[in-house]
Ligand binder design. Structure first.
Ligand code: PLP
Length: 468
């Protein structure tokens, strides 16, 4: 038997094991006619006609600039690809001026583009922390931070409880108490972890650096980090300034702050946050990422960040799309979109709580956050996420089940992602579909309970006597 067949057999066995745990991943496409309650494009910018026209105009201008120069084809400006790593032939005046524009918009000293926010996190955390340094990270932090940490030489990497930095999550856990769907983290909170770490000599003396990694908006629960509390804790325990906060703003940019500048900017904490990772693939409607940091950190990343050095840099088409989106933000274009989104968020919470009140559903079947967050991510907790998501999809509403290990076991949910182009009619339709699913489940549970009584009666009396 060829070795490749043996390998396939081994891989098949691993896939079968994953399937038996209900964790098999598959690629799927979304039916174009279904209402989108799943994608991360909260502001619908990728389908915004004004943004699309600006992009086409920018690309046309670039092509004609090449033609006007009457240059031979080989010396034309490259539009499809960048030609190499940023350090070799992949740099351009356009990329550099875009970085200046982005840094100025976010009130940062400098910006450095990466091909994705994943690469930005990997690059940053993979190379900056040195031997002797410590990374403290939210237990629910994104996989890209984990992958960056794996590459890092930091001596300690310590998780802390998410509940300790998120007010919404804290309330949810307390509300649910000991039920199966409740989840109280067993990990130590950030403040206690910082206190413990600061007792070590190298940290106390300021010799070791401590990196504290959080997200602005958590895309699974839709909760927002209590960043001011994080800053206070870091200042209290690391007064020598060796605590460095990293905020992943992949989901919070566009949604928070003036004209979408992000959470750090909304709270005026630019000087307290050492680095921000902004992603363009969510509310910004494009793809790519950027690290906002000091000029020294930027120079260090250019020298050591492997995900920047060893990859082809972004094509002009990507840079242009990011550029037109930033221009749109700067012109105040997203203000009405944000107002609309905020009203849809309120509407969704209202409709869902009416549904739960009317149907008196048990928490295991379905419950929602009692304190709704202001984010466009609305989790609907259920012990049956796949069943609920499939049901909604059959009704033409694209929602996805989120199961362990993406979220901790016991906090499975269906995630509703709202967009400024969703309509209240679509939201009402989705809530009606959820209502039908609840009623079906209740009916099935009732039938099962009655069947159980029949079996019980048969066991006790030896004949069918369903109503005792
Ligand atoms: C919090 C967070 N950070 C980083 C990323 C990576 O973003 P990108 O898709 O740009 O690689 C994601 C995407 O899922 C994310 O949710």
């Amino acid at each position: 038997m060829p070795e490749s067949c043996k390998l396939d057999r081994k891989l098949d066995a691993l896939l079968a094991r994953r399937k038996s745990h209900g964790r098999l991943r598959r690629l799927s496409t979304t039916r174009p006619e279904s209402a989108d309650f799943s994608s991360n494009g909260y502001l619908s910018l990728s389908t915004n006609p004004v943004v699309q026209k600006s992009l086409l105009a920018c690309l046309a201008a670039e092509v004609s600039a090449s033609e006007d120069g009457n240059r031979p084809c080989g010396s034309r400006r490259s539009i499809l690809g960048s030609g190499g790593s940023r350090l070799l032939d992949g740099n351009s005046p356009f990329a550099e001026s875009l970085e200046l524009k982005i840094a100025a918009f976010h009130g940062a000293e400098t910006a450095l583009l990466f091909t994705s926010a994943y690469d930005a996190n990997c690059g940053l955390l993979g190379c900056v922390p040195q031997i002797g340094d410590v990374i403290l990270y939210d237990e629910l932090i994104h996989a890209s931070v984990h992958d960056g940490m794996r590459m890092s030489r930091a001596t300690k990497k310590i998780p802390f409880a998410h509940d300790s930095i998120s007010k919404t999550s804290r309330r949810r856990c307390t509300d649910v108490g000991g039920s199966r769907l409740g989840r109280q983290s067993e990990m130590q909170g950030l403040d206690d972890t910082l206190r413990q770490i600061s007792e070590s000599e190298h940290v106390r003396s300021g010799e070791s650096n401590v990196f504290i990694c959080v997200e602005g908006l958590y895309s699974m629960d839709g909760d927002v980090v209590s960043l001011d509390e994080v800053v206070r804790s870091v200042d209290r325990h690391l007064p020598l300034g060796n605590g460095h906060i990293v905020v992943d703003e992949a989901h919070s940019v566009g949604i928070f702050g003036d004209d979408g500048r992000g959470l750090v900017s909304q709270l005026g904490l630019e000087s307290k946050v050492w680095a921000r990772v902004v992603g363009f693939g969510k509310a910004m409607g494009c793809a790519g990422g950027v690290v906002l940091c000091s000029s020294t950190t930027r120079a260090y990343l250019i020298n050591y960040a492997r995900s920047l050095i060893y990859t082809t840099s972004m094509a002009f088409t990507s840079l242009a799309s990011i550029d037109v989106v930033y221009s749109y933000l700067m012109g105040g274009g997203i203000r009405p979109l944000r107002r609309r989104l905020e009203s849809l968020i309120r509407h969704t919470h209202r409709q869902l709580s009416v549904l739960c009140d009317q149907l008196q559903v048990d928490r295991r079947t379905l419950h929602i956050q009692e304190v709704p967050s202001k984010s466009p991510v609305v989790p609907v907790f259920t012990a049956y996420p796949r069943d609920l998501a499939e049901h909604c999809q059959r009704f033409g509403f694209m929602v996805r089940p989120i199961v362990a290990p993406t979220v901790p076991a016991g906090s499975e949910r269906v995630r509703i992602c709202l967009h400024s182009t969703n309509t209240t009619g679509e939201i009402d339709g989705l809530c009606r579909a959820i209502g039908i699913w609840i009623q079906d489940r209740v009916a099935v549970a009732r039938r099962r309970a009655e069947d159980d009584k029949v079996v019980e009666a048969r066991d006790v009396f030896g004949w069918d006597k369903p109503r005792l």
